[in-house]
Design a protein around this ligand. Sequence first.
Ligand code: NAP
Length: 286
Amino acid sequence: MSARIIDGNALSQKVREDIAQGAAELIKQGVQPCLAVILVGDNPASAVYVRNKVNACEKAGFRSLKFTFPVEVAPDEVFDKIAELNADPSVHGILVQLPLPRQFDENKVLEAISPEKDVDGFHAENFGLLLQGRKSFYPCTPWGVMKMLEAENVQLSGMEAVVIGRSNIVGKPMAVMLLSQGATVTVCHSKTRDLHFHTRRADLVVAAIGKPRFLTGDMIKPGAVVIDVGINRLPDGKLCGDVDFESAREVAGAITPVPGGVGPMTITMLLANTLESARRVAAAKA
Ligand code: NAP
C-alpha cells in the first residue's frame, strides 16, 4: 500500500487565496491587515523564516513591518519596540522570531506582546484560553495541522491519536486541539518508555521531535494518518522531516511530506490570525 499524500502546498494556496480576499474586503473598509516582525541576531534559519513571512504578507495584500536588532542588543530595546507596536492601532499582529539570544528570557518577551496582537498564539493568556476550549489565537503550526486534517475529512472523534513531542509551540497545543475534537490523545516524549507500543496502536501520529527520519514504517499502524511536523537540515543541505517518509508511506493511509506538508500551513495560519486580529479592529471601529 502506498499512502495518500497530504499536499500542504495546495491547501495552503487555497486558504491564502481566501485570506487575500478577506484582506481586500477589509482594505475597502479602511483597515489594512498589518504584521510586525522582530528579528534579533543573525541566525540564518530565522532570517529565512522571517523573509518567508514578510513575503507571504505582501502576497496576501497585508502591510508588513520588519525590525532587526543585532545579536548583542540590550533586551530593553526590544521591549521598547514591542511596547511601541502594542500601542500602534495600525499594527494587528506582532511576532518575535525565536530563538532569541541568551540575554533574553523568551517567556518574558512573548508575554510583553499584547494578547490581542499575539498572532503566533504563544502568550500564556492565549494558551490558557486554548486549554479551556475558548476562542483565542491558536499557535500556527498545530492549527495548520488541524486545518489539514479537516481538509482531509479525518474524523477525529474517538480516534486514538499519538503526539510525539511536548513543546509549548507544537506538541502541547497539538494535543489540546486534538483532545478538543474528541480524539483520545497520548503525548509521548524523550522519557516515554515504549514509544513503539504507543505509535503502533495510533490511528493518527503527529511527529514533532526534531530528529531526522525518526518515525519509521515499523512504528506505524497500517492505514494510520501520519503528520510530520519536523524540519531538519541534512548534511547535504536537503530538508527532511521527523518521519522516514519512504518506509512510512508504505504503511500509512495518508502522510504529509517534508517539504510541502505542514511547513507552508504554519505561515498560512499566521496570516489567518493576523487577518482575524484586523477584523476585530475593523468591527470595533464600525
Ligand atoms: P523541541 O522543543 O525540541 O521538542 C522536541 C520534543 O521531542 C520534546 O518534547 C522531546 O522530549 C521530544 N523528543 C526528543 N527526542 C525524543 C525521542 N527519542 N523520543 C520521543 N520524543 C523525543 O522541538 P519543537 O519546537 O516542538 O519542534 C519539533 C520539530 O518540528 C522540529 O523539527 C522543528 O524544526 C519542527 N517545527 C516545524 C514547524 C513547521 O512550521 N513545520 C514549526 C515548529 C517546529 P522532551 O520534552 O522529553 O525533551
